[in-house]
Design a protein around this ligand. Structure first.
Ligand SMILES: Cc1cc2nc3c(=O)[nH]c(=O)nc-3n(C[C@H](O)[C@H](O)[C@H](O)COP(=O)(O)OP(=O)(O)OC[C@H]3O[C@@H](n4cnc5c(N)ncnc54)[C@H](O)[C@@H]3O)c2cc1C
Length: 385
């Protein structure tokens, strides 16, 4: 059986690793760059290990954690705190906000009144409506509006009409770790993060890698693809992990994504953020959304500290847009996929809530289906979030 995997990020690597355990299977990964792991791969800057943005492993699903643990020694980082700085208050709060943060705000009385007067509506048309109804206009302006506008490169949060991540079942909770309390949160102990896992796949003789390669032609009828206009490969299954539009020559138009520019800055101090603070979210008018102090995850020993600053941009296809119109377009592409195609991972499913654990879970589902000769549709794992 020939299986072609498009993209060697976490989703592509996890499915390759799992499927390589099956007998009589030839696996090929087609990867545009010259390495596996994409943004989860660790590189080094001034001796400091870093990934493209934070990439800790956060999950409610124990099965995915047990899987990762087979390959990597993992260190608990569940004690992490995320902070945000609100300029108008000149204060740091927890991210997401919790009840004690609100009590410490200078305009607490006004916020309290707005929270009391919130309407009981269950259907919202957009992110702005949802948040104003949930937390009031003052808090919305302080911590949600500017952040989401820069995150999604929009001029109003009314344009964001699907927003699975934001509510996470609760808006304001008690306690400093808020919505992350019930999750396993770990990071690899190895200095080079997850690289051992990616390198295992790189070395595997059972998995053929085509680096610096893209599929230049799909022949769905004869189950063949052409790579770099040079080589033809036959397949029984294709596992796609990239934007599904290219496969169909962007017939319904290009799917929109937000990318990120990552800026790396070494500070001449052992630590920049206070103990246990890993991230700083910035809901103010500056262009960056988040700062990460890598040392907090990696425990890298140095007299200096590396900070990564993320600025949303059009550079890369990292965040599928939370717009209904785009999601409908993605569905049209999924509907075109032949029966032997899967589309998993973040860009592959066109779902921005897909994280590392979801890539593993979706790969497990695809493995089970291929192993059992079943097929439930190109996008698996709708139910797990
Ligand atoms: C900045 C940032 C921070 C994040 N932090 C976390 C975190 O802390 N914890 C967490 O769990 N998740 C985090 N995530 C999400 C998680 O890391 C991703 O969802 C996951 O790694 C996606 O893996 P993937 O394989 O679906 O896609 P990708 O990682 O995007 O991999 C796709 C691969 O396909 C390749 N490719 C692209 N186009 C082509 C083509 N035409 N032909 C061949 N190959 C191609 C790319 O080079 C890449 O290697 C973060 C995401 C981002 C963007």
């Amino acid at each position: 059986m020939n299986i072609i995997i498009i993209g060697g990020g976490f989703a592509g690597c996890a499915s390759a690793e799992m499927l390589s355990k099956l007998k009589g299977v030839n696996i090929s990964i087609i990867e545009k760059s010259n390495f596996l792991g994409a943004g989860v791969r660790t590189f080094f800057y001034g001796g400091h290990p870093y990934t493209y943005g934070p990439r800790h492993f956060l999950t409610k699903n124990k099965e995915t954690y047990i899987y990762l643990k087979k390959f990597l020694k993992l260190r608990n980082c569940n004690y992490h705190q995320f902070k945000s700085y609100v300029e108008e208050d000149d204060q740091f709060y927890n991210y997401p906000l919790n009840q004690s943060d609100i009590m410490n705000m200078p305009d607490f009385k006004k916020i309290k009144k707005e929270l009391k007067n919130k309407k009981k509506i269950s259907n919202f048309n957009n992110l702005e409506e949802f948040w104003i109804n949930s937390i009031g206009k003052t808090l919305f302006n302080k911590v949600i509006d500017r952040y989401n506008k820069k995150m999604w490169l929009v001029d109003t949060c009314k344009k964001i009409d699907t927003f699975k991540w934001s509510p996470k079942g609760a808006t304001i909770k008690k306690g400093s770790k808020a919505v992350y309390d019930d999750r396993i949160s770990v990071y690899p102990r190895n200095e080079d993060g997850y690289n051992y896992y990616f390198d295992l796949i790189d070395r595997s003789k059972k998995i053929k890698k085509y680096y610096n390669s893209t599929i230049t032609e799909f022949d769905f009828k004869n189950k063949k693809v052409r790579i770099n206009n040079k080589k033809t490969l036959k397949y029984d299954y294709v596992i796609n992990t990239i934007s599904p539009d290219g496969m169909f020559k962007k017939k319904y138009g290009e799917l929109g994504f937000i990318g990120r520019d990552l800026h790396l800055i070494v500070f001449p101090t052992q630590n920049v953020f206070p103990k246990n603070v890993f991230f700083l979210y910035y809901p103010n008018s500056e262009k960056f959304t988040r700062l990460v102090e890598y040392k907090k995850f990696t425990l890298h020993k140095s007299k200096t500290s590396l900070i990564g600053m993320e600025i949303p941009s059009k550079n890369g296809k990292f965040y599928p847009l939370p717009f209904k119109s785009e999601q409908k377009k993605a569905k049209k592409y999924f509907d075109l996929m032949p029966k032997n195609f899967y589309s998993i991972g973040r860009a592959g499913t066109y779902r921005y809530e897909v994280d590392i654990d979801d890539c593993i879970l979706q790969s497990m589902m695809v493995f089970d289906e291929i192993n059992q000769g079943k097929y439930s549709g190109p996008v698996v794992g709708d139910e797990f979030k």
